[in-house]
Design a protein around this ligand. Structure first.
Ligand code: ARG
Length: 472
């Protein structure tokens, strides 16, 4: 949806929006400073929908006539069409989207348009709009998380027996099934998806009818509008209804966690794509070149995701600070909630989309190189100690012995698999010929068959569980 904003329009000399109490119009600089239309125009469709519900409620309760209600609803629908066609482009003289809509409505339907704001305030109105907006965005992000998980699952299914070095402290630790590594991100995304579902329920509560702060003298029906707007409930306290933004903060927390997860994956992809690791190759469609170094292929997508993560954290921080000192109920500070929220939403959505594409078609695991990597190190050392431990040697004793073996092997430029059986036996009489099979990378991975471990049997079960949860 394209946002056309008439920034050239000047505030009129006469006060238009507020009561007759005001004798002169705002100073142009103050009008610009005060206006939120530049960004809250993004809420227009929600504002129209919320206003239509309010108008229907006014008619339903007899506060206005049925005919007036219909006129208002139709007028609002016409504004929706105008907006979609690009002919409704309010300027800053409208101050905000709510005034812009009300003014246009009155132009379209005449004086009855002035009845729309009966028993309502912009405070409960903007709270309603923001929740309706966020509800939609949360649904979209949850769908995107599902797409991301589907791609992770597909990749994992193809790579159960592909091995990849596993790291702690970014030092080679123990080899892994690549599927196990990918499924770790599946699990993180699963929690992200669930978390957003829980938050959705708290976003999905209607503040409409809270009025400016204290409710209204009109016999409104808040449950009626809540039902029309598919809210799960209504705010029980009008002050809370108009001044609460914890639903947005919760969303920003969840958004930050999504970004943490995407950023960690990004960092891994960046490492994997380096010459030093060479675990993945990036496709031309998802990487860029350098303007000066012709040999380069840069992992811009994961770098941007990693970079954008800070923005979302910043919005969370901004919103927390915004709220902490606010007395009840509405304060204009709350107008500052929107840009933070909008930017966090588009940032998370664009990052999820880009990372999904990257995983799906933008990179390829270099399986030959991965196999080489897991075969050329000491990441099977724990398995030698485990081998001795299963033969009755106390683990700590076995651990110390293997430490010595690693040291001498390193000095001789050998790997554990290069030791002869005599050399093994000289180290400890418990070693038999089956030591070679026990320390082969494939076996090292297969043997970690504890629940949640990287053993192939476990990974296959984990894949089944992941599939079931995606389908549910
Ligand atoms: N543009 C305002 C906002 O976003 C709408 C609410 C204005 N309410 C008020 N009491 N001035 O917060």
């Amino acid at each position: 949806m394209k946002i056309v904003l008439n920034t050239n329009s000047q505030p009129s000399s006469k006060p238009t929006t507020w009561s007759q109490r005001f004798e002169s119009a705002l100073h142009p600089a103050i009008a610009r400073f005060n206006a939120s239309i530049g960004f809250d125009i993004q809420l227009i469709e929600y504002d129209l929908t919320g206003s239509q519900a309010h108008a229907q409620m006014l008619a339903h309760t007899g506060i206005i006539s049925a005919e007036e209600g219909e006129t208002l609803v139709n007028g609002l629908e016409q504004i929706r069409q105008e907006y979609r066609e690009g002919t409704f482009t309010p300027g800053i003289d409208a101050e905000d989207v709510h005034f812009a809509v009300e003014r246009r409505l009155t132009e379209l339907v005449g004086d009855v348009g002035k009845k729309l704001h009966t028993a309502r305030s912009r405070n409960d109105q903007v709270g309603t709009d923001t929740r309706l907006y966020l509800r939609d965005q949360i649904q979209k992000i949850r769908d995107q998380l599902r797409d991301f998980q589907t791609v992770l699952l597909t990749l994992a299914e193809q790579n159960v027996e592909t091995l990849i070095p596993g790291y702690t402290h970014l030092q080679r630790a123990q080899p892994l099934s690549l599927a196990h590594h990918l499924l770790a991100y599946f699990e993180m995304s699963q929690r992200d998806w669930e978390r957003l579902g829980e938050i959705y329920n708290r976003v999905n509560v209607s503040p409409l009818g809270s009025g400016a702060l204290a409710g209204t003298t009109f016999p409104i029906d808040r449950h009626y509008t809540a039902k029309l707007l598919n809210f799960g409930g209504v705010y029980a306290n009008s002050l809370d209804g108009v001044s609460d933004r914890d639903f947005a903060i919760e969303f920003l927390c969840a958004a930050s966690l999504i970004m943490v997860h995407l950023s960690r994956l990004s960092e891994e992809v960046i490492l994997w794509a380096s010459e030093e690791f060479s675990f993945v190759s990036l496709k031309d469609s998802c990487s860029t070149g350098s303007s000066i170094m012709p040999q380069k292929k840069n992992p811009d997508v994961p770098e941007l995701v990693r970079g954008k993560t800070g923005r979302v954290f910043g919005h969370l921080q901004a919103m927390l600070v915004l709220m902490k000192g606010l007395p009840l109920a509405y304060n204009k500070d709350l107008q500052e909630d929107k840009e933070a929220l909008f930017d966090a939403v588009v940032t998370v959505q664009s990052c999820l989309e880009a990372m999904t594409v990257l995983l799906q078609e933008g990179m390829e695991f270099r399986t030959g190189r991965l196999l080489e990597a897991v075969s050329e190190d000491f990441s099977n050392a724990t398995d030698v100690a485990d081998y001795l431990a299963t033969k009755g040697v106390p683990f700590r004793e076995a651990y110390n012995l293997v430490g010595k073996v690693v040291k001498t092997s390193l000095a001789q430029g050998k790997l554990l698999k290069d030791l002869t059986l005599d050399e093994w036996k000289a180290l400890h009489p418990a070693f038999e010929a089956d030591i070679y099979a026990a320390i082969a990378p494939q076996q090292v991975v297969a043997a970690r068959n504890s629940y949640g471990g990287t053993g192939f049997a476990q990974v296959r079960q984990a894949l089944e569980s992941a599939k079931a949860r995606l389908a549910a």
